[in-house]
Design a protein around this ligand. Structure first.
Ligand code: FAD
Ligand code: NAD
Length: 445
């Protein structure tokens, strides 16, 4: 932050009063002292002396590239750092004579057509677009890995469209209003089909009753898979039913409401849990219920448009869930209680037909007892005569009583999930109650 403040202060950090110059190799070599240190990265020369004391790796690390081309060193240590933006105010100019790419850089990149190296894009696209991704690739005998550096947060799987046909590979990355294409001509045909979602076979390791019709399924990922479904996203489960592969979406949950929330992509996260309601007359769930421990079901990559940053700096979180629409709320609730320091209140209004249908009722009540920030209210649409709690479907009266804003300025998010009529009616009621679009997230397919 101190560095950013300095760069925004208007101080002349290059000593050139904003002028950009062409730098020869000889000139670059002269600037090799701490108080006069120029470094070249990808053909651009920066005066890094003002940055010395802010460099997290220390001054000596930075001095290793003093007066020379630091591209390789930079790539070895932290190629993901957005140096162009960090060192913008330190830009001295371009190298005059020799391009600063590694010798074989152009040779290599020629193979991957369709996109210019980052330095060539900077002048044109970057000025117009949000940030032009660059890419890299690595190859072994059996695998080509293409890495696209988007420099964007919140890139979802649905931001990337990958197609493969015969000997051509095409990856399109959608960032805001722009789409960037890497189009590669392969020297041989490859077998994998990239055109749909990627599935891996997972083994059913346990199945526990949660209510009379809902079960907690635990699937084990294959040993080579590394997958953690982000908060608020779902996957597709795929099973062969009467000779056809059938897929349906399901939202992974934690194994219980009290499980410690784990950061995504932990290497030992090999289990994935689902709360699934079995519909006796349904197409997919009776087949799923037929699976024996040790049987396999295919699990896709995650999808969904919930963005975790919606939870940042949140003060009040309201969750409106109906039936299995509770499933996306599990990780949202867990994440918010564990990771959002600003959070003051989380309230869940949970709509079900009867008391017997309430998923994890005692866990929810225990959590409300244990964590004073959390409150839960059950609303039943077909209760028995003994039920003394709230009744009916979602309604403006229920919502206006439940959704009490702390103040006009408090940051609020309302999450909504359930049968389609529930979600549609709920959305309309929330708009009528003057909640803005940014304050509402509905989980849909
Ligand atoms: P279906 O064959 O779709 O039938 C469902 C019910 O509708 C049955 O009672 C059936 O008898 C009735 N029905 C079907 N057709 C008709 C008809 N023409 N007229 C009248 N009634 C009919 N579910 C979960 O349990 N857990 C989750 O975590 C979960 N996550 C989801 C995430 C997303 C993004 C979405 C969109 C849905 C999610 N679902 C979840 C729902 C899930 O995808 C399936 O829709 C559900 O499991 C039903 O599948 P099915 O094939 O067994 O039932
Ligand atoms: P359900 O039939 O048991 O109903 C639960 C409650 O939903 C009812 O008590 C009622 O309050 C409300 N409801 C039902 N029908 C309504 C209507 N016509 N108008 C207003 N309110 C109504 O629910 P279920 O069988 O558990 O179904 C859950 C639904 O949630 C499924 O449709 C499933 O696809 C959906 N779901 C969606 C996601 C997602 O991320 N999009 C995730 C999980 C579940």
């Amino acid at each position: 932050m101190d560095w950013i403040r300095l760069t925004k202060s208007g101080k002349d950090l290059t000593g050139l009063k904003g002028r950009l110059i062409e730098v020869t190799e000889e000139e670059l070599k002269k600037h090799n002292k701490k108080d006069d240190c120029w470094i070249c990265i990808r053909g651009f020369v920066y005066n890094v002396s003002p940055y010395m004391e802010y460099h997290p790796g220390g001054e000596d690390e930075l001095m290793r590239a003093a007066g020379s081309d630091g591209t390789d060193l930079f790539d070895q240590v932290h190629r993901w750092v957005n140096y162009e933006s960090m060192l913008k105010e330190c830009l001295v100019g371009r190298m005059a004579m020799k391009p600063a790419f590694p010798k074989d850089y152009h040779e290599e990149k020629k193979v991957l057509n369709g996109m210019l190296p980052q330095s060539q894009v900077t002048d044109t696209l970057a000025k117009e677009g949000p940030s032009s991704p660059s890419y890299d690739w690595f190859q072994t005998d059996s695998l080509v890995t293409i890495v696209i550096y988007t420099k964007q947060k919140d890139i979802n799987l649905d931001s990337v469209i990958v197609d493969h046909r015969d000997d051509s590979f095409r990856a399109e990355t959608v960032i805001k209003d722009y789409s960037y294409l890497v189009h590669v001509a392969l020297s041989h045909e490859i077998q994998e089909d990239f055109s749909g979602l990627f599935y891996r076979k997972c083994q059913l390791v346990s199945k526990e009753d949660v209510t009379h019709d809902t079960k907690l399924f635990c699937l084990m990922l294959p040993p080579s898979t590394h997958l953690e479904v982000p908060v608020g996203q779902h996957v597709y489960l795929r099973l062969p039913i009467t000779g056809t592969e059938i897929v349906k979406p399901y939202t992974p949950v934690c194994d219980s409401l009290f499980s410690e929330f784990k950061e995504p992509v932990l290497p030992n996260n090999i289990y994935i849990y689902f709360l699934i309601k079995i519909y006796p007359a349904g197409f997919f769930t009776p087949e799923l219920d037929q699976l024996q421990i040790g049987d396999y079901v295919s699990v896709s990559n995650p999808e969904g448009n919930f963005i975790i940053s919606q939870l940042q700096e949140l003060e009040d979180l309201f969750l409106l869930a109906a039936g299995t629409g509770f499933t996306p709320m599990v990780k949202v609730l867990n994440y918010a209680l564990t990771n959002i320091p600003s959070l003051r209140k989380v309230k869940l209004m949970f709509f079900n037909k009867t008391e017997d249908d309430i998923i994890w009722r005692s866990q929810l009540e225990k959590l409300a007892f244990k964590d004073k920030r959390f409150e839960v209210e059950f609303v039943l649409s077909a209760p028995t005569s003994e039920w003394s709690g709230k009744q009916g479907y979602i309604s403006p009266a229920l919502l206006s009583e439940f959704l009490k804003r702390r103040s006009d300025t408090s940051k609020v998010l309302i999450c909504l999930c359930g049968p389609t009529p529930f979600t549609e009616q709920g959305m309309k009621m929330l708009h009528d109650l003057n909640f803005s679009k940014d304050e509402i997230h509905s989980f849909t397919a």
